[in-house]
Design a protein. Structure first.
Length: 378
């Protein structure tokens, strides 16, 4: 199938015959520098790849070249644009500057670990671990395609991130936050966030046709993200994220009042509020900028004296309050759109541990007191 030919001292040419095309033989050529043994090993790799339907590319392909191809091919086709943007940032700003010059086939676990150590000097362990997961996914794809024999990330030790303390608001803190938000145009979306546990992107993508005011429920069918300075709508990322969420009677009543106010506002501007209009939008009906919502929310909670609270923490607060009030984990998982109840239990395990005492107190109310007896002989 193939053979070696010495070109110059320390340089060998590999020739692989790959059949015929248009009656003419097709050959693959590659030059290997080093000893004849190295060239013979490379020849065997190429022949093995061709025999198994995964022909190995040139042994001179670099990490930079491979990652760019993987990003523009696999990631751009298979992943969401939000994921693509995140991966591109990691590749361009971190992986290529540090590992891009290396040959893909020579990338070693020790080199990867050295990169992680250097990265931890300026980045958090959690961020570096995210880089590890992305690089591992890329190299796993390289193994499947036959570019490399094994994934070096499997043998590289990623940093262990410190468990982040989840910030949740108490019922009293929620009331304080809402009091300070009442005089701002962001009160409706904040109130609905803490009442439903929806993500910010889900709230910003919500249309009036998705809200059933009579049935006291809503459907998550699209989300809004900001990409390249533009707000774009897309379907929820996972099947579980597309879901129906029941509303509290108070939220249902609030949304009826809120819709009536929006209808008046639109009429003043010569428009009729339609089913395809966004629930949370500017006075002109344009989508709200996610960054603007985030920054204004941060100002509201600071004025309320609640310290550092993210908009996403309203989702955690919703789940926390539901758990403390005895809602089943499965119900909470469905409301949040989690992939499984196990994931919900893992995320909020610290809250469940704190509820053991309450559960034991409930059991104590049911079971009778123990009665002391004379020692029994068994």
């Amino acid at each position: 199938m193939g053979h070696l030919r010495q070109r110059t001292k320390g340089s060998w040419q590999i020739t692989i015959y790959q059949g015929y095309l248009g009656g003419k033989p097709v050959r693959f050529h590659e030059t290997v520098k080093g000893t004849k043994e190295n060239a013979a090993k490379r020849l065997r790799e190429l022949e093995y790849g061709i025999d198994h339907g995964t022909p190995t590319p040139s042994g001179e392909i670099t990490v930079e070249s491979y990652l760019r191809d993987w990003l523009q091919g696999y990631v751009k086709v298979k992943c969401s644009m939000r994921t693509y943007d995140g991966y591109r940032s990691i590749i361009e700003n971190h992986l290529i500057p540090n590992l891009g010059h290396l040959l893909l086939r020579k990338l070693q676990p020790e080199t990867i670990e050295a990169f992680y150590g250097k990265a931890c000097e300026t980045l958090s362990p959690r961020t570096v671990q995210h880089h590890h997961r992305m690089l591992s996914e890329a190299l796993k794809h390289a193994v499947r395609k036959g570019h490399i024999g094994r994934n070096p990330c499997d043998l590289a030790q990623a940093p262990s991130p410190r468990k982040r303390t989840m910030r949740t608001l108490t019922v009293a803190e929620v009331e304080t936050m809402l009091t300070h938000a009442a005089s701002t145009p962001y009160y409706p979306i904040i109130y609905m966030a803490v009442s439903t546990g929806l993500r910010q992107a889900e709230l910003l993508g919500l249309r009036w046709r998705d809200v059933d005011l009579e049935g006291q429920g809503l459907s998550v069918s699209q989300v809004l993200y900001k990409r390249g300075g533009l707000c774009i709508f897309k379907e929820p990322k996972t099947k579980g994220s597309s879901r129906r969420v029941d509303m509290t009677p108070k939220l249902g009543l609030f949304l009826k009042q809120y819709r009536a106010q929006r209808e008046v506002l639109f009429l003043e501007r010569g428009r009729i509020l339609g089913l395809d209009d966004l629930v949370f939008a500017s006075d002109k009906g344009k989508p709200l900028d996610p960054c603007t919502v985030t920054h204004n929310f941060a100002r509201i909670v600071r004025r309320a004296g609640l310290g550092k609270v993210r908009f996403h923490d309203l989702r955690h607060s919703f789940a926390s309050i539901m758990l403390m009030k005895g809602a089943p984990a499965k119900v909470i998982s469905e409301c949040l759109g989690h992939a499984s109840v196990a994931f919900t239990m893992d995320v909020y395990s610290h809250l469940l541990q704190g509820m053991q005492r309450d559960a034991m107190n409930l059991l104590d109310e049911v079971l009778p007191a123990g009665v002391s007896q004379e020692p029994l002989t068994y």
